[in-house]
Write a protein that binds this ligand. Structure first.
Ligand code: MLT
Length: 208
């Protein structure tokens, strides 16, 4: 569906009602709005799912912001795109009857990076986020405060792209905003594993 500024999919909760969670699914480079639907269902079978497609095309691969090279981000574009995506989430909340305070972002790689950027900029319309294979999207973010935020960062110990120090630096930056951050490492590379999913399921239960 193309409206509200982003091509996206929305899957309503099985039993819609007050206080229901919506997972905001943010795919990795080359993914699309369908990529993480199964992951979302595995993480919370009862949640509604909102899944936008990144608007940047890099040689045909969709992304959420421009990069200059692998791991080298166009930070002006990161900031502009983070604002666009935050506006999309606020706009989508109206027709889909999403309660923004119950949105949890779930991002993988490039999708985790745009979620982290929204949090570091203090414009995230969500307070909870699961960031798989995240990097540091803004080298020198402004001082912002999100004291109620809760974040799980799940990295791969042998990830050649989002190398472990990325997780540590991102944890530190998010903590500086007052967020509560859990950083975990899997015995894996950049790909998601069953252990990531199991750890995220447990984390969701632990913060409920
Ligand atoms: C990716 O391939 O998606 C990168 O490693 C992360 C990014 O560019 O944001």
């Amino acid at each position: 569906m193309k409206d509200l500024g982003f091509t996206h999919r929305f899957v309503p909760a099985a039993t819609p009602g007050q206080g229901g969670r919506t997972l905001l699914l943010l795919h990795g480079t080359g993914g699309d709005e369908s990529d993480l639907l199964d992951l979302g269902r595995a993480l919370d079978p009862a949640a509604a799912l909102l899944s936008p497609r990144g608007q940047v095309l890099e040689r045909g691969a969709s992304r959420f912001f421009r990069r200059l090279a692998e791991g080298v981000f166009d930070e002006a574009d990161v900031t502009a795109r983070a604002h666009e995506l935050a506006a999309f989430i606020e706009a989508a909340a109206v027709p889909y009857e999403i309660q923004v305070e119950h949105v949890m972002a779930v991002g993988y790689s490039n999708g985790a990076n745009i979620a982290a950027a929204m949090m570091l900029l203090g414009i995230a319309p969500f307070r909870r986020a699961i960031l798989f294979r995240a990097m540091v999207p803004l080298s020198n973010p402004p001082a912002t405060a999100s004291p109620a935020a809760q974040v799980l960062i799940s990295e791969g110990r042998f990830d050649p792209i989002a190398q472990p120090e990325n997780g540590q630096r991102l944890e530190e930056l998010l903590r500086q905003t007052g967020a509560n951050v859990d950083l975990i490492f899997q015995s894996s590379g950049h790909q998601l594993t069953e252990n990531d999913v199991a750890a995220a399921q447990q984390w969701i239960v632990s913060i409920a």
